[in-house]
Write a protein that binds this ligand. Structure first.
Ligand code: COA
Length: 260
């Protein structure tokens, strides 16, 4: 597959993947998601890859969310399919990837962008990063696993505060609540991620894969929260508030919600 929206380069057993839509703050359109699915599948099957470093192009954004312009006219069914396909093909594939994935969060990580970082195994942020799940401002909820993974990482109270207010938090706040492991100046971000992956790649690959699988299985409480999220996400698309929220973003104005 020839990639148009991501850069991918294998160097010294680390696969460097950069989301490369800087003019749209690296927002995830369908093509980008398909390319990410492809590169994860390649990394999963390629022995030469011992770890993945995922970042966004430029100095402003890791990923500013799913591409709002692509789904603003979706109905409930289409919304549900959007969440389900994305979760299965990209976000779950990343979480279940046997190669460790480190997110180097170099700016805004919002909505689908924070969900992408949450699907990575380890997160490092630059000191200018801002993280949030602003979907309720669009009349939506997170649909790429954010309600589940954020809660697993920072706990219910903090997760609901972030999701229900839609507000962003700083890199330092994110470190305090355990959402990112380290915060470093932007110029040192890639080196910090490389140093972590450099240590991991010296360890036994099958043991690292087994550790990922085992750690991932801690949060299986028997209720399929991801399924509930997909259904609720789909339902949001049938509301007037969703139409208003997305139109307001695209028209660059503040939304006026009616609760319908
Ligand atoms: N989907 C589609 N386009 C997006 C986008 C997204 N999630 N985030 C940013 N963009 C686009 C903008 O529309 C703009 O495009 P244009 O230059 O063609 O008008 C470009 O990226 C630059 O963004 P802009 O909003 O002008 O930058 P800013 O510095 O004023 O604001 C943000 C930065 C991140 C605060 C703002 O872009 C934002 O709120 N983005 C949406 C975040 C969001 O709701 N994400 C969740 C989606 S589910």
């Amino acid at each position: 597959m020839i990639y148009k929206n991501i850069l991918s380069e294998l160097k010294e057993q680390i696969l460097y993947v950069t989301i490369n839509r800087e003019h749209k703050l690296n927002a995830l359109n369908k093509e980008t998601l398909a390319e990410l699915a492809d590169v994860i599948s390649y990394a999963t099957g390629e022995d030469e890859v011992r770890g993945i470093l995922l970042t966004g192009a430029g100095e402003k954004a890791f990923v500013a969310g799913a591409d709002i312009s692509e789904f603003s006219d979706y109905n409930g069914e289409q919304g549900e399919a959007l969440a389900r396909n994305g979760q299965e093909q990209v976000f779950n594939a990343m979480e279940n990837c046997p190669k460790p994935i480190v997110a180097a969060i170099n700016g805004f990580a919002l909505g689908g962008g924070l969900e992408l970082a949450l699907a990575c195994h380890i997160r490092i942020a630059s000191d200018n990063a801002k993280l949030g799940l602003p979907e309720v401002s669009l009349g939506l909820i997170p649909g790429y696993g954010g309600t589940q993974r954020l809660t697993q990482v920072i706990g219910k109270g903090r997760a609901l505060e972030m999701i229900a207010t839609g507000e962003m938090i700083s890199a330092d706040q994110a470190e305090k609540v355990g959402l990112v492991n380290h915060v470093v100046p932007q110029a040192e971000l890639i080196a910090k991620a490389e140093s972590l992956l450099g240590k991991i790649k010296l360890r036994a690959p099958l043991a690292v894969a087994a550790a990922i699988k085992s750690v991932n299985s801690t949060n299986n409480f028997g209720v399929n929260g991801f399924e509930i999220e997909i259904k609720e996400f789909g339902k949001c698309f049938n509301t007037a508030d969703f139409k208003e929220g997305t139109s307001a973003f695209l028209e660059k104005r503040k939304p006026v919600f009616s609760g319908k």
